[in-house]
Write a protein that binds this ligand. Structure first.
Ligand code: PRP
Length: 237
């Protein structure tokens, strides 16, 4: 067992005691994927460049880590907000996660590629009448699952003092029941807003799935990682 935390995190090599030192075996490249639709779409994209994992295709599997021994890849699914953490600490070399999560978590990692999947927008939304609060820079309450993004937008970009209220889901409820005047949330098709009499009042930024890389892995596995980025880039554009 290696000593330091960094060594423990990074020593996921395939070397075994008998051959260690004699023959350097290929180290696993570990991918952390935000579970759900993003992971499924990312694996479809990976398949196109020959990165596959049969184990992951079994819907009944309760496994947490999936391996492609032959190619030297490991995959695990994690809650989206945890993906940047796994990547920053080197428990995963590569992460696939939404730009919303990257902005919110503010971890130290390299964002190397826009995968062009899961496209949506981060917006300030609310009932139409609430637009005057934004226009007049009034002290309002803003409900959101993304307090860092909301704070950055209102304080640093709009220079508007607001009260941020952190929620964990169904954010559209907040203005409907009087918890907040507006929300900061993801808008994809816009149907949740429409069905609840709300609308986009201001757009903060476009979002999509990104590939992020651990800063040490970027150097240590430069060749393999650069190869993957190059192949994905040629598929995407
Ligand atoms: C997201 C987001 C909106 C909705 C937007 O919620 O928070 O509520 O999707 O999609 P639309 O524009 O296509 O209607 P999600 O379904 O992830 O669940 P949550 O409300 O629990 O966050």
């Amino acid at each position: 067992m290696p000593g330091s935390l960094e060594e423990r995190c990074l020593d996921n090599g395939k070397s075994d005691a008998g051959t260690a030192g004699k023959e350097e075996k290929m180290r696993y490249l570990t991918f952390a994927l935000a579970k759900g639709r993003l992971a499924r779409k990312a694996m479809e994209l990976f398949r196109e460049i020959g990165i596959t994992c049969e184990e992951m295709e079994d819907p009944d599997s309760r496994k947490l880590i999936f391996v492609n021994e032959e190619l030297g890849y490991r995959f695990f699914l994690a809650k989206a907000s945890d993906v940047p953490t796994y990547v920053e600490y080197g428990a995963a070399d590569i992460g696939i996660v939404g730009k919303d999560t990257i902005l919110e978590e503010g971890r130290n990692l390299y964002e190397v590629l826009d995968l062009g999947i899961g496209q949506c927008r981060m917006c300030v939304c609310g009932p139409k009448e609430a637009s005057r609060y934004l226009h007049n820079h009034e002290l309002i309450r803003v409900a959101t699952k993304y307090p860092s993004i909301a704070k950055d937008y209102f304080y640093n970009k709009k220079h508007q003092t607001v009260e941020i209220i952190k929620l964990n889901g169904s954010i559209e409820l907040a203005p409907l029941v009087g918890l907040s005047e507006v929300i900061v949330d993801i808008v994809e098709t816009g149907s949740t807003l429409r069905e609840n009499g709300l609308e986009v009042l201001e757009e903060i930024c476009p979002l999509s799935a990104r590939m992020v890389i651990n800063q040490v892995s970027m150097k240590r596995e430069q060749e393999r990682i650069a190869g993957i980025i190059r192949q994905l880039r040629s598929r995407i554009s």
